[in-house]
Structure formats: C-alpha cells, structure tokens
Write a protein that binds this ligand. Structure first.
Ligand code: GLV
Ligand code: MN
Ligand code: MN
Length: 424
C-alpha cells in the first residue's frame, strides 16, 4: 500500500443515493411541463423546515452535535482528537428554487453526513473536528439575495439586513425563521474554520464535454442582481393612440433586448445576462401595462467588465426613462458579489484525492454562485464538482447526476476532508 492509500476512503454510494432520494421527496411535486417529479423547497417554507428537520435527524443519527445560529444556519460537529484545533468545514444548502431537481446543494450536505458515517464505521478519528453546514437561503429566490446565510456567517452582510428582507408576499425572513423554529441562538459569525470544501453538482456541460467525472473548482464568477420596476400609464388597448401611451411592458422588452445586445457585442468579456422574472400590471389582455417588474441577473468572471456592463445598463435605463413622458424607473440592488478565487492548496488536496481514487479531473471556474464563495473570506476554500447529465441542466426537474458520479464526488470529498482534518 502506498502512503496515499492509507488515508483514502470510499463512502457508501447506495446509502448516499438513498438519502438524496429521500430528501427529494420533501417538497416534491409533479412537474407538468416535463412530466417529471421536481422539488420545490424554497427557503424557510414548511417544506424546507421539514427537510431541515430530516437532515438534523440524520446528523444526530451520525453522532453529530447540532447547533442552529441566528440565521437558521445548521452545523453538525464531529469532535476531533484535538478539540481545540480549528475544524474543517464542509456543507452546502438544501433550500431550492421552485422548479428544482434532487441534487443542487443537497449533494454537499448529504455528502458531508455520508463522510461522517463512513469515518465512524471505519473507526477513524481525525485530529481536527469536522463540521457539516447547511446554509439558509442559498438560492436567493425567496428573499432576493443569494448565499444569504453564508454571507451573514462570513460577515459580508449583516444579520439585520438579512432578517429584514421580505418575500413577494411581504413576509420577512426574520418572521419566517421564528415561524419555522429555526431562529437559533448560536452566534451567526462563524469562527474561521481551518478549511472549507464543498461538493456540488456542476450545473453545466463542461465536465461531460471533457469526458471527466470530477471538477476542481478554481473560483466563482461575479454575480449582479437588480430588480427594475417600470412605472408607465394604464390605458385602453383599443382606444388609446400609440403616441399617447407610456407602455411599461414595451420598456421591459426594450431592456431585455438591450441586455442581449450587450452580451452579443462582445465588449463586456464573458458576460451572461438573464431576465428570469417579469410581470406586468394589471396583467390583462386589453390594457396597456401600467407597471412592469423584472429582475436582471448578470454574471461575469471579470470584475472590471462586470462594472462596465452595469454602467452600460444604467445609461440605457436613463435614456429609456427620458424617452417619452409618463415613464419612470426604480432600480433596487438585490445582490452583488465579486469574482472569488479559491485556495490553490485546497485545490491541490482535491486534485490529489481524485488522482488517488483513479478519477480523471479538470479545473474549471464555477458559473453558479455557491456558499463556498462566502466562506472563502474566512479560510482556505475550494469545491469539488460532480458531472451532470443532459448538458448539466439544473434548476430544473431534469437535473440528474448518476449514483456513481455522486458517490465518486463524495469519495473525493471524504478523502480531501480526512487529509485536511489530519493536518497540523
Ligand atoms: C445559484 O444557484 C445561482 O443562481 O448561481
Ligand atoms: Mn447550489
Ligand atoms: Mn441553485
């Protein structure tokens, strides 16, 4: 046996898969468009609370001592032989978008618990404690700011800001924490761990295109979310001459087209732009929209290019507002994160673990946001990506990674955690 075989561990892939499928039953729904079963577990809904309670039960079964902080972030701790040593943290989220699959976030949380079960079964003690974290409202689709729980834990956003955020029905996050019983008492500011490793599905096509199972994630691109409200003037669709209209729906369409032009111009680097939410009021066939509400999601791996794209959008919005009487716009910042590079040392530990498991890997940048990008402010951090099927489709019931791919990703997680947790 070589040295690296001695601290290489393989998890129970069947048990991991069962827990993924069991958790996916909580918040499950029949998706009419795909004919598949999807998951709808928006943060701090009843379904999310039920999922959290299930995860806590699994943590306790695995012997972890559980604490809940004032953001509802849940941590399960496995003691090390040196309890004064800083822990190695792993984890992710179990809240989902409204049209999710079974894997986004859940693989990282359930993978972390599976690592603990495996260490226990093998009687392996580590020098450092290992903690598994479940972060609140990673998706940001209910309260409007993504990576919210981990951002507060890392100190980038304040607890007061987070508690005051409202969903579309006007319910505050603080009230929903209390209602679901997840308004915990543990200090929300996380004491810097020794290292953080998160295992997550890739949510894109790159690993499959390269015919490899494992991605070593080099960092996360910048994310900019804004909400734009366009105020126009309601009018009768049949009688109001075009020259007299202030059409909020038309303005929304112009914004969408302009965003695509920014992307297609090639002048803003590798910019991606999405309007994923758009509603008009009063939302009736024969009335010119009086108001439109939309969100703009921009992604860019280059912070300077991102800033230029935001400026270009702001200039366009100003022009639009001045383009005719009766139109006005309000813009609200929802979320903004810069490009976050991950730690090279942790990336090496992950790459070595993949090599020792005989798994081919490539390095890649994450297109999606992750809790890891927040925890990276506290300690050396990197991520493991697991290949997805069907072009890596995600935020969709078709999201799928095979049982083997999930198990291999968590094998790499287990070995990386074990090695980090035994470092001096
Ligand atoms: C998180 O899922 C994101 O929107 O990147
Ligand atoms: Mn995720
Ligand atoms: Mn997601």
């Amino acid at each position: 046996m070589t040295n690296s075989d001695l601290d290489k561990i393989t998890v129970n892939g069947d048990r991991l898969w069962r827990s993924l499928m069991d958790l996916a039953e909580i918040g499950a729904y029949d998706d009419e468009r795909t004919g598949l079963r999807g998951v709808n577990r928006l943060a701090l809904t009843d379904a999310d609370a039920t999922g959290r309670r299930q995860v806590i039960a699994w943590m306790e079964d695995a012997g972890l001592s559980v604490r809940v902080d004032r953001m509802g972030n849940v941590y399960g701790r496995r003691e090390g032989t040196d309890p004064s040593a800083r822990p190695v943290l792993t984890g992710s989220h179990i809240d989902s978008v409204a049209t999710a699959g079974a894997f986004d976030g859940c693989l990282g949380v359930l993978g972390g618990i599976e690592v603990v079960r495996t260490l226990d079964e093998r009687g392996i003690r580590t020098r450092r404690p290992i903690e598994v974290g479940v972060f609140t409202e990673e998706e940001g689709v209910r309260f409007g700011t993504d990576m919210l729980g981990s951002a507060v834990a890392a100190g980038r956003l304040s607890l007061a800001y987070a508690h005051g955020l409202t969903d579309r029905d006007g319910r505050t996050l603080g009230d929903e924490l209390a209602r679901t019983g997840f308004d915990g008492h543990a200090d929300v500011r996380l004491t810097p761990p020794y290292a953080y490793v998160e295992c997550h599905i890739e949510q894109g096509p790159v690993l499959a295109e390269n015919d490899v199972e494992i991605g070593v994630v080099t960092g996360v691109q910048g994310i900019s979310w804004q909400e734009i409200t366009i105020h126009g003037r309601a009018a009768h669709a049949g009688t109001t001459p075009t020259r007299l209209r202030a059409d909020a729906g038309l303005a929304a369409a112009q914004i969408i087209v302009h965003l695509r032009e920014l992307v297609d111009s090639g002048e803003y680097g590798d910019l991606r732009a999405t309007v994923g939410h758009l509603i008009v009021h009063p939302d009736l066939t024969n009335i010119v929209p009086a108001r439109a509400e939309m969100t703009v999601d921009l992604r860019n791996p280059d912070d300077a290019q991102m800033a230029r794209a935001e400026e270009a959008l702001a200039t366009f919005l100003e022009r639009l507002e001045n383009s005719g009487p009766g139109l006005s716009l309000t813009v609200r910042r929802m979320a903004r994160t810069a490009y976050v590079p991950f730690d090279e040392g942790v990336q090496k530990v992950i790459a070595q673990a993949a090599d020792d498991h005989g798994l081919e890997h490539i390095s890649l940048l994450s297109g999606a946001g992750h809790d890891a990008q927040e925890i990276a402010a506290l300690c050396p951090t990197a991520m493991i990506f697991v290949r997805g099927e069907y072009d890596g489709i995600s935020h969709n019931p078709r999201e799928y990674s095979t049982p083997e791919a999930c198990a291999h990703g968590v094998d790499v997680l287990a070995t990386a955690l074990l090695r980090l947790a035994n470092q001096d």
